[in-house]
Design a protein around this ligand. Structure first.
Ligand code: MF3
Ligand code: CO
Ligand code: CO
Length: 251
């Protein structure tokens, strides 16, 4: 899981380094596909439940699972790039929201606070804590900043399966009383919104958008629960991740 997580981080960092205004999301897909294959990995999204591409690219009001296409990124856009790779029998899953060129003040705040919200969630992880502690920490942060928390899509157990049984909501629900144990591996991937968190689905069956059309951001890490905290698996051996390297607009 450490090695595959590091690879996911490396592919995501490399992909982010290519992104420019004017680039299509299909070009991001091609890059991620080729980078995964060159590293001896399989891009997990490709063919997963019929998903047609190797990465998810979710622009502006797209909450998650945006399908790469001929759309060109424009200055002012925000785009989440969600990379999952499969190698050595396990998956590593990580995403970042990038800002393209000059981005409005609300979007900057949304992106920055969604990144912090992920880390609030990570801070709630330790053996003996409940899964619901994670969502509580994220929701508290979001609500303090008047941001919405998407409920339809949640973090998940990850390992030999892309999505295992464990569910990790990003909102507080005391019924998620599962106790975390050392060595459990799962994602935290909050999607926060500037407006209402209510979601709708395009008729492609994948693209989830905000009903009010306002913007949404997401950050994701794959983690391992430890005795006294969490180990972030989707980092390079040097400890780098796209979240820390791309805090300023690109392209
Ligand atoms: N990587 C996404 C997640 O964080 C899942 C994408 S499923 C796909 O869980 F089929 F859309 F790729
Ligand atoms: Co995930
Ligand atoms: Co993901």
């Amino acid at each position: 899981m450490r090695r595959t997580g590091a690879l996911a981080a490396e592919v995501l960092i490399a992909a982010c380094g290519q992104v420019r205004a004017g680039m299509t999301t299909d070009a991001i897909d091609r890059f991620v596909h080729d980078a995964a294959v060159a590293a001896g990995a399989y891009p997990s999204p490709l063919g997963y439940r019929g998903y047609p591409k190797s990465v998810c690219t979710s622009v502006n009001e797209v909450i998650c699972h945006g399908i790469p296409d001929s759309r060109r990124l424009a200055p002012g856009d925000i785009v989440n790039i969600d990379v999952t790779v499969y190698r050595e029998g396990v998956h590593g899953d990580t995403s970042v929201t990038l800002m393209i060129g000059e981005v409005d003040e609300h979007s900057r705040r949304l992106v920055a606070e969604t990144r912090v919200a992920l880390h609030e969630g990570i801070g709630a992880v330790q053996a003996g804590a409940a899964v619901s502690d994670i969502g509580r920490a994220i929701q508290n942060h979001a609500w303090r900043h008047s941001l919405g928390v998407v409920r339809e899509f949640i973090g998940h157990g990850v390992g030999t399966e892309f999505h295992s049984g464990l569910q990790v909501p990003h909102y507080y629900d005391r019924r998620h009383s599962t106790v975390l144990g050392e060595g459990m591996t799962f994602t935290i991937e909050p999607m926060l919104t500037l407006g209402s968190p209510e979601a709708a689905m395009w008729d492609d069956g994948w693209t989830a958008v905000t009903v009010d059309g306002r913007r949404t951001a997401q950050f994701e890490h794959t983690l391992a629960c430890t005795a006294d905290g969490a180990e972030i698996l989707t980092r390079t051996p040097a400890g780098e991740c796209a979240h820390d390297l791309f805090t300023e607009p690109v392209g």
